[in-house]
Structure formats: structure tokens, C-alpha cells
Design a protein around this ligand. Structure first.
Ligand SMILES: Cc1cc2nc3c(=O)[nH]c(=O)nc-3n(C[C@H](O)[C@H](O)[C@H](O)COP(=O)(O)O)c2cc1C
Length: 170
């Protein structure tokens, strides 16, 4: 049984408790690294070719444009993973505009997830998945998509018990 933890995470200004804060390490990355330690799986960072802006307002503007036009921004390195190697795939992202960033939409469209067990996880400011799980169900076919783990950005460093429970360790 081989496990992949693929995640997107944005470094820079972000929204936390409805305030703009500067993150040197993204919230989703913190959770992804904890999942990697617990599962021993391979860690893979989904990175857009043209970096999302550091400033929150600029990032929001681009995120809105990509969302409205359902854009699929190019990713660094193209198709890099051999997805056939993996049985379990954790997919992590922040919520941007009630769903995952369009870079994650690109990632999901690049690979065949059929026959795999997918574990979605997200971080956000409000604690929910928005419409991201519905969107994921519509865009990846033939995979078993399990219940997701949603963590508020402010809580990533004190959610170890929930993260352990999610991988079945509690
Ligand atoms: C462009 C943008 C849009 C966002 N939209 C939402 C949103 O709709 N709902 C929400 O709860 N949080 C929203 N946030 C906050 C992030 O989801 C939250 O800070 C998350 O933990 C960031 O994860 P990261 O550091 O891994 O990128 C948004 C943040 C950004 C940068």
C-alpha cells in the first residue's frame, strides 16, 4: 500500500480570523507534513508555474479571475508523478472562494485517480469545505472519495489529535 500526500499551500499574506496575516509557511503545508510523518507517504507540493501574488488583495484578485473563468493555470514541471504507484492519495488545499484554488483543479485534471482511495483535507478561515468536495466528486472519476478533514488555519498547530484520528491512529 503506497500513499501520496499532494497539497497546495500559499506563502505570503493570508486570511486568518478575518484578518490579514503574513505566513512564512502555509497552513495546509503544516497539515500535509504532519500527515506525511504519520503515514510515511510521499509528499508532493502542487506548484503553479506563475506564482500567485504574495499580497492578499492581489492574490484574491487573481483567484477571483481564475474562479470566474474556470481557468486551469499551468503547474511547475508538468506531469511529474507516476500516479499508478499509489493506492491512497491525500489531497490538501486552502479554501479560496469557497472551493480549492484553480491550480488544484489543474492537478486533479492531470492524473487518473480511478481505483484509488482519496482523502481530501483543507484549511480555511471558517472551518468548512465549501463546495470543494462536490467539485472534486465531479472532476475525478472512479475514485473512492472519503470524508474530508477541514481545519481552521488558526488551529493547524493544535490539531494533532484530529489529524491522527483522520489517518486511523486514534
Ligand atoms: C485568495 C484567497 C481566498 C480565500 N478565500 C477564503 C474563503 O472563501 N473562505 C475561507 O474560509 N477562507 C478563505 N481564505 C483563507 C485561507 O483558506 C486560509 O488562510 C488557509 O488556511 C490558507 O492555507 P495556506 O496557508 O495553506 O495557503 C482565502 C485565502 C486566500 C489567499
Amino acid at each position: 500500500m503506497k500513499t501520496l500526500i499532494a497539497y497546495f499551500s500559499h506563502i505570503g499574506e493570508n486570511l486568518q480570523n478575518n484578518e490579514i496575516v503574513e505566513l512564512k509557511k502555509g497552513n495546509t503545508e503544516v497539515v500535509a507534513e504532519k500527515l506525511q510523518q504519520l503515514t510515511g507517504g510521499d509528499l508532493y507540493k502542487i506548484e503553479e508555474e506563475e506564482a500567485y501574488p504574495y499580497k492578499y488583495d492581489d492574490c484574491l484578485r487573481r483567484a477571483r479571475r481564475e474562479d470566474e473563468n474556470n481557468e486551469h493555470p499551468a503547474l511547475k514541471g508538468g506531469v511529474k508523478l507516476n500516479m499508478d504507484d499509489y493506492d491512497e492519495v491525500y489531497i490538501g488545499f486552502p479554501i479560496w472562494y469557497r472551493t480549492y484554488p484553480r491550480a488544484v483543479a489543474t492537478f486533479l485534471g492531470m492524473y487518473d485517480f480511478s481505483g484509488k482511495t482519496v482523502y481530501p483535507f483543507c484549511t480555511n478561515d471558517e472551518g468548512t469545505f465549501g463546495i470543494s468536495l462536490l467539485e472534486m466528486q465531479g472532476s475525478i472519476k472512479g475514485a473512492e472519495i472519503c470524508d474530508g478533514l477541514a481545519i481552521r488555519g488558526v488551529d493547524v498547530n493544535n490539531s494533532d489529535a484530529r489529524i491522527r484520528a483522520y489517518v486511523g491512529l486514534l
